[in-house]
Design a protein around this ligand. Structure first.
Ligand SMILES: [Mg+2]
Length: 188
């Protein structure tokens, strides 16, 4: 089968990591329960930043957030490796800016994710993901972001919400931890 995955906040804890980077840079010590209660994808609000300031902060720190020590979610690497070993095809579809595509792909390989260069898509807008996903004829697609998930209708594609504090209003199938994948697939 064909499995498609978003990367940020689906396979890796990008926002959580960025939250620790913001704490460091702004000399703050906001607790992770504040992070975990956020109802927005953006993380700047508890730091007292305006939307414009938050955007600038993110852009300034983007390199560090993307390419240093952001951790994959527990069991994400192992789960995808297992799918690959079972003969499934693994696709990555990330809306990270295109100029970060190759480095992101290499960074993902370095974390141990199974990556085929021809199954890695980067640089589209959130609302453009749907086109790629449909063209690929995926069986499953996993993402965290309401702005993306809202564009995907099910049909033969199984859209799965990677559970986050800001997407709990969405209906449909949901995965909270990658170790649930086995049970999830065996129940299909
Ligand atoms: Mg995401």
């Amino acid at each position: 089968m064909k499995f498609g995955f978003d990367i940020d906040d689906t396979l890796i804890n990008l926002r959580g990591y960025a939250f620790t980077v913001y704490n460091k840079k702004l000399n703050k010590n906001l607790a992770m329960d504040i992070f975990e209660a956020l109802k927005t994808v953006e993380i700047h609000e508890p730091f007292g930043l305006t939307n414009a300031e938050g955007k600038e902060m993110w852009n300034t720190l983007r390199e560090e957030i993307y390419f240093s020590d952001c951790p994959p979610y527990p069991d994400a690497v192992e789960t995808l490796q297992e799918l690959k070993e079972q003969g499934h095809e693994i696709y990555y579809i990330t809306a990270r800016p295109g100029e970060h595509g190759e480095r992101t792909m290499n960074w993902m390989k370095k974390q141990g994710f199974p990556v085929d260069g021809d199954k890695f898509y980067c640089g589209m807008k959130d609302h453009e993901k749907v086109k790629i996903i449909e063209e690929l004829g995926l069986d499953f697609y996993f993402d965290d972001k309401p702005g993306v998930l809202d564009t995907l209708s099910s049909g033969s594609l199984r859209v799965v919400v990677r559970d986050q504090s800001y997407n709990r209003h969405l209906q449909g199938e949901r995965l909270s931890h990658w170790k649930e994948m086995k049970t999830f697939l065996s129940s299909k």
